[in-house]
Design a protein. Structure first.
Lengths: 155, 44
C-alpha cells in the first residue's frame, strides 16, 4: 500500500464528517432564525441588556397602532416601508443588528418581507397583541430615539 | 502510521459523526415544531 494513502483517507473522512456537521449547523442557524420570540423572553432579554438587539415595529398604521402602544424602544417601520418610517427612526435602524420584528398578531406573512431587510431577524410570537396580553410594559406616542445605543430604550 | 494516531483520528471522526447525528435529530425536531406549533410559541 502506498504510504500516503492512509493519511489521505483519514483526511478525506474527517473532511466529509466536518462538512456534514457544517451543513447541519447552517441549517440549525436558519431554523433558529424562524423561531418566534415569546413576549416574556423578549422582555427578559430587553430587561437584562439593551446591547445589540433592536426591536422593530412593522404594524401598518403608525399613528393608530404604534402611537397607541408599542414595545418600549421599538423602532417604527410601518409595513416594512423605509419611506414611511419617521426620519428619526430611519437613522436608528441597523441592518446587521439582531432584530425582533413586532407585527399586530405575529402572523408570518406580516413580517416575512421585513425579515429580508435585516441580517438576522426573528418575529415576536403573537405580535403586539400577545405583548399587551402578557401585561408587559408599553410605551405610547411618537418614536423618541434613545440617547445611547441603537434600538435601545428603557423598560 | 502509529496506532495512537489512528486511535486519535478515529475518535475525532466518531465525535464529528456523533455531533452531526445530534444536530440532525435536533434540526428535525425543531423543523417539526416550527411546522406544527406557531400558536404554542405565542402562548409560551
Amino acid at each position: 500500500m502506498r504510504p500516503w494513502l492512509e493519511p489521505a483517507g483519514w483526511i478525506a473522512a474527517l473532511a466529509v464528517a466536518g462538512g456534514l456537521v457544517w451543513g447541519e449547523g447552517g441549517r440549525r442557524a436558519a431554523l433558529e432564525r424562524r423561531v418566534a420570540v415569546a413576549p416574556r423572553e423578549l422582555y427578559r432579554t430587553l430587561a437584562r441588556s439593551q446591547a445589540g438587539l433592536q426591536v422593530v415595529d412593522v404594524r401598518e398604521d403608525l399613528e393608530a397602532s404604534y402611537g397607541d402602544a408599542h414595545v418600549p424602544g421599538a423602532i417604527p417601520l410601518p409595513a416594512c416601508d423605509l419611506a414611511r418610517a419617521p426620519e428619526r427612526a430611519r437613522s436608528r435602524l441597523v441592518r446587521s443588528a439582531p432584530t425582533v420584528l413586532v407585527g399586530a398578531t405575529g402572523a408570518e406573512d406580516e413580517t416575512r418581507r421585513c425579515a429580508a431587510l435585516f441580517t438576522s431577524a426573528r418575529t415576536l410570537a403573537g405580535g403586539m397583541a400577545a405583548w399587551s396580553e402578557a401585561n408587559l410594559p408599553e410605551d405610547s406616542g411618537d418614536y423618541a430615539p434613545p440617547s445611547s445605543k441603537a434600538g435601545g430604550g428603557c423598560l | 502510521m502509529k496506532t495512537q494516531l489512528r486511535i486519535l483520528l478515529a475518535a475525532a471522526l466518531v465525535a464529528l459523526l456523533a455531533g452531526w447525528a445530534g444536530l440532525r435529530s435536533g434540526n428535525a425536531a425543531l423543523a417539526a415544531r416550527l411546522a406544527g406549533a406557531p400558536a404554542a410559541e405565542a402562548a409560551r
